[in-house]
Ligand binder design. Structure first.
Ligand code: PDD
Length: 284
């Protein structure tokens, strides 16, 4: 038993006992949006960024009638007494007999929020040692900027990578880097920090934005520009960012060392900047 109390459509229910209808469109079609937020010192990290991305996803999916959930997120963290952990939030379009189109249906979105505690930082080891990654063709659809639960290609490709001893796959579309299966990508080459520009082909990551902003404040420019797969092989450093991993160096790409094969300085800086900001969250 997880002991986690979920909030489902404003009802408080133990997560292990929660039942949802199989007619939920999330079950049939992956017709839902979601957010994953880190909790540090009992507070959601980068809540405003997650909230505005959620609003954008809902708008893009034409899911309507969802109220502001920021207070519910804070309440659920407190209810579960989580100091270090993560919040999972999912909003499905609602329930209806199986039919692809939702034309002329007025559905009530189903809203799930729960908070899971972490004993230790889930990427502590990866942060210290770095990870291996492979490249893989980006097999996803054309609206990867929407954070939808329809993640089949991401799941298949990440599993494929892990079956081959790599933690992450870097996705390539028409010769250009898009992002990781569950992360954004940064590359350092000749001292220039680069990351693929925002487009419908990548998720606007909260950590991506945070790292760009913080680097700028440190006087370090970040170039948002296309990165080719060939260029990636000549990178001095590569690192990934996400809410769960924060910033983690890629020390091997397609089984070859990246740069000197060590955890790189910019990855360390990105991770430190995130950790510093997280440690400034106040407990009260
Ligand atoms: N995923 N790109 C993809 C495809 C992602 O799934 C994620 C995060 C990111 C990074 O976004 P952010 O920095 O806001 O976490 C980029 C979350 C962690 C997940 O699906 O669990």
């Amino acid at each position: 038993m997880s002991g986690i109390i979920a909030c489902y459509n404003q009802n408080l229910i133990p997560l292990d006992e929660l039942k949802v209808s199989i007619t939920d469109r999330a079950f049939f079609f992956g017709d839902a949006v979601y957010e994953v937020l880190r909790v540090y010192r009992g507070k959601p990290f980068l809540l405003e960024n997650h909230h505005s991305r959620l609003s954008n996803s809902l708008r893009a999916m034409d899911i309507n009638g969802v109220t502001d959930l920021r207070e519910d997120i804070v309440t659920n963290i407190a209810l579960n007494q989580v100091d270090e952990g993560m919040v999972y939030l999912q909003i499905s379009r609602g329930e209806a007999p199986r039919n692809h189109s939702f034309h002329n249906l007025s559905l009530k979105p189903n809203i799930l929020i729960y908070t899971k505690p972490f004993i230790e930082h889930p990427s502590a080891t990866e942060g210290a040692l770095g990870i291996a990654a492979i490249t893989h063709e980006d097999l996803r659809w054309g609206r990867c900027d929407i954070k939808s639960t329809n993640l089949l290609a991401n799941c298949l490709i990440q599993t494929y990578a892990q079956q081959r001893g790599s933690a992450e796959a870097i996705l390539i579309r028409q010769g250009l880097v898009t992002e990781g299966t569950s992360s954004n990508i940064f590359m350092v080459k000749n001292g220039q920090v680069c990351t693929p520009p925002l487009s419908p082909n990548i998720l606007p990551g909260t950590r991506r934005e945070f790292v760009i902003r913080q680097f700028l404040q440190q006087g370090q420019q970040v170039f948002e520009r296309p990165i080719s797969k060939d260029e990636l092989y000549t990178a001095d450093e590569i690192f990934i960012t996400s809410s769960i991993k924060e910033a983690v160096a890629v020390i091997k790409l397609d089984y070859q060392p990246v740069g000197n094969g060590q955890v790189s300085s910019q990855a360390k800086l990105a991770r430190t900047l995130i950790e510093d900001a997280a440690s400034r969250l106040s407990r009260d």
